[in-house]
Write a protein that binds this ligand. Structure first.
Ligand code: ASP
Length: 341
């Protein structure tokens, strides 16, 4: 009898301490971990060390670092998450390394058509542009839609015209040409034969760029910019300019930017799904983003990844492809960049 009593006491003490631990974990996850944070991606895909040269690796790390530092400087000096997201995306759009701005992939009609979106988590205002052909930095046009128009999404020639009215730099369409992307299109077309392929077998697959930031005032923002997918056709627009799929931000939960096979990200509302799991099911950022990318999308056959930051400054960067160009920086200023799993 006495032993039984001791046994029961030990069991209940154990139960108590594990409850306390669970509560402690929850508390830790729900505390601010940094004053501000920025996380970026330069696309997910078949990014394998064996396909990379040391020189190219260095270039990717350097460009990701440059983008992170541009955003960090904004956040460090008290700037907004919206300014930080734009500052981080511009150097990646200007670099031919990524499928956004200069270096965008080609459509089946052998043109470059760019998509981008922006969301402000404080106001939940959003702006997006789809299929633009002349805007040098599509992320600037998406931001202008967010801040200066009554609409959320503008497409095609109208979006180019809006950008011009807003004083945003337009370039000749030849600006976007890069040999690497041109060859990727020719390779896909050569393989295509009778059946149309939306290229998934380009070595670097998706090269969309995106950023998500938390600023010192606790405001979240996210933005995404892309050339879409090689060989896209009929004015195809992907997930990148779709609010809730490619981009989402809500001060109550998190800010997210996606990269991957857009058709899946649109059907499963990836960015919003992550936020909704946090809002309604009490998931942590890590749990929500991990489940959506590594369970739900994998089951459905959708490849890609996201970068995200929550209102406490936790970052998550899950992807279900071989690699994803990515990195983050928090208030301590330590810049981390990664390419592979
Ligand atoms: N998600 C983009 C699209 O489908 C592609 C990418 O992420 O690179 O247009």
């Amino acid at each position: 009898m006495r032993y039984a009593l001791i046994f029961i006491i030990i069991i209940s003490l154990n139960a108590c301490s594990s409850t306390n631990q669970a509560e402690k974990n929850l508390m830790l996850e729900n505390e601010k971990v940094t004053d501000f944070a920025l996380v970026i991606h330069g696309g997910a895909g078949t990014i394998l060390k064996e396909n990379m040269t040391p020189e190219l690796e260095k270039q990717y790390h350097a460009k990701l670092r440059e983008a992170l530092l541009a955003g960090y400087n904004v956040l460090q000096s008290g700037g907004s998450s919206v300014d930080a997201v734009e500052a981080a995306i511009i150097p990646m759009e200007d670099s031919p390394l990524f499928n956004a701005g200069k270096g965008a992939v080609f459509t089946n009609e052998e043109r470059n058509e760019l998509d981008a979106s922006f969301m402000d988590g404080a106001t939940q205002n959003a702006g997006a542009i789809g299929g633009v052909r002349r805007v040098k930095n599509p992320i600037k046009a998406a931001r202008a839609v967010l801040e200066k128009s009554k609409h959320v999404m503008l497409t095609g020639a109208g979006a180019d015209a809006f950008a011009r009215e807003q004083g945003i730099e337009l370039v000749d369409t030849s600006y976007f040409y890069t040999e690497r992307r041109w060859e990727a299109l020719q390779n896909v077309k050569a393989k295509e034969g009778e059946t149309f392929i939306l290229s998934e077998d380009d070595d670097y697959k998706y090269g969309t760029v995106g950023a998500a930031a938390l600023d010192k005032n606790g405001n979240l923002a996210a933005g995404t910019s892309t050339g879409g997918m090689t060989n896209k056709r009929y004015g195809r627009i992907g997930d990148s300019p779709i609010i809730g799929a490619g981009t989402y931000a809500n001060n109550a939960t998190c800010a997210v930017s996606s990269t991957g096979h857009g058709e899946y990200f649109m059907r499963y509302m990836v960015a919003y799904d992550i936020s909704a799991r946090m809002e309604y099911a009490g998931a942590t950022l890590e749990e929500a983003a991990g489940t959506v990318i590594n369970e739900k999308l994998v089951e459905k056959g959708g490849s890609g990844g996201v970068i995200a930051v929550d209102k406490y400054g936790n970052v998550a960067m899950p992807f279900n492809t071989a690699g994803m160009y990515r990195g983050y920086v928090k208030a301590d200023g330590e810049v981390k960049t990664f390419l592979y799993k």
